[in-house]
Design a protein around this ligand. Structure first.
Ligand code: SER
Length: 275
């Protein structure tokens, strides 16, 4: 399957489930002084999550062009060191604006990856927010993954750094649940396809999709510090790296070896006459 076919398959899957297909917004956000570059699919829906803007749909799907080269989500220092970072990428995302919440978000993700794309279940890992002093543990997400079909020992808890998503210092945010994929050659070897590689070093296991359960607006207080204010309606914001899921589907170990990026590398190498 080509990267373009995977993108279309994602858009079709969610369109068939009542989502409005929305174009990628520009890389330079139109109305958001908190952002230099668009860094996530949810950016163009920020005001919808906050309840400041209404659209004539409550479900959306997009493939958003993103740059993560500064600010809160900065991948620049990882480029060239990992097989999965490249500052510019496309983020496949489905969104619910006060419509469905955790149960359907998790069910859709399982159906797309396992039933539609046919990924091997024994390569998948799931992470959930384990809670801290401000927000409690997301036991519900853990149960929902198990209900969807995950083995309980493949659902792992992590803290705020990995499992609480916010677009910046302020704005919509909430606990999140990620899907990670074991990229190695020995899925049946429990010493290799093992939990310590999830959010661990290297590319053995790679995050492919993040499901954010938008529940709060993080606001800056005049007296200093921040406050989490509940959103008008619990919502969903997901993001899957198109180049990452393409690497998985094309069984290559490096995003630069997918059909989305390899031709650019070849073209540049030819022009630079370095081959
Ligand atoms: N906003 C979340 C992220 O960027 C999910 O799309 O990971």
């Amino acid at each position: 399957m080509t990267g373009s076919e995977i993108r279309q398959r994602f858009l079709d899957f969610f369109e068939q489930r009542g989502h409005k297909v929305v174009h990628s917004s520009p890389l330079l956000p139109a109305n958001d002084p908190t952002l230099l570059f668009t860094n996530a699919g949810m950016n163009q829906f920020k005001d919808v999550f906050l309840g400041n803007e209404k659209r004539d749909y409550t479900r959306a799907v997009s493939s958003q062009k993103c740059i993560r080269a500064g600010g809160k989500h900065n991948d620049l220092d990882e480029v060239g060191k990992t097989a999965r970072h490249h500052t510019f990428f496309e983020m496949l995302g489905n969104f619910s604006f006060g419509d469905y919440f955790k149960e359907d978000a998790i069910k859709f993700a399982w159906q797309f990856l396992v039933d539609d794309l046919g990924l091997e279940v024994n390569r998948l890992w799931f992470s959930v927010f384990e809670g801290d002093e401000e927000v409690g543990p997301d036991d519900e997400a853990r149960e929902l993954w198990i209900k969807a079909g995950a083995a309980p020992d493949r659902v792992l808890g992590f803290g705020r750094k990995d499992n609480f998503w916010q677009m910046g210092d302020t704005g919509p945010c909430g606990p999140c649940s990620e899907i990670h994929y074991y990229m190695g050659d020995d899925p049946d070897d429990p010493s290799k396809n093992s939990p310590e590689w999830v959010n661990g070093p290297g590319d053995t296991t790679m995050e492919i999709w993040n499901l954010v359960f938008m529940q709060y607006n993080r606001i800056a207080l005049d007296e200093g510090g921040f406050l989490l204010e509940p959103l008008p309606a619990p919502s969903v914001d997901t993001g899957m790296g198109l180049e990452r899921i393409t690497a998985v589907m094309q069984k290559v170990k490096n995003n630069y070896d997918t059909d989305l990026l390899r031709p650019l590398v070849e073209f540049t190498a030819d022009r630079a006459e370095i081959r």
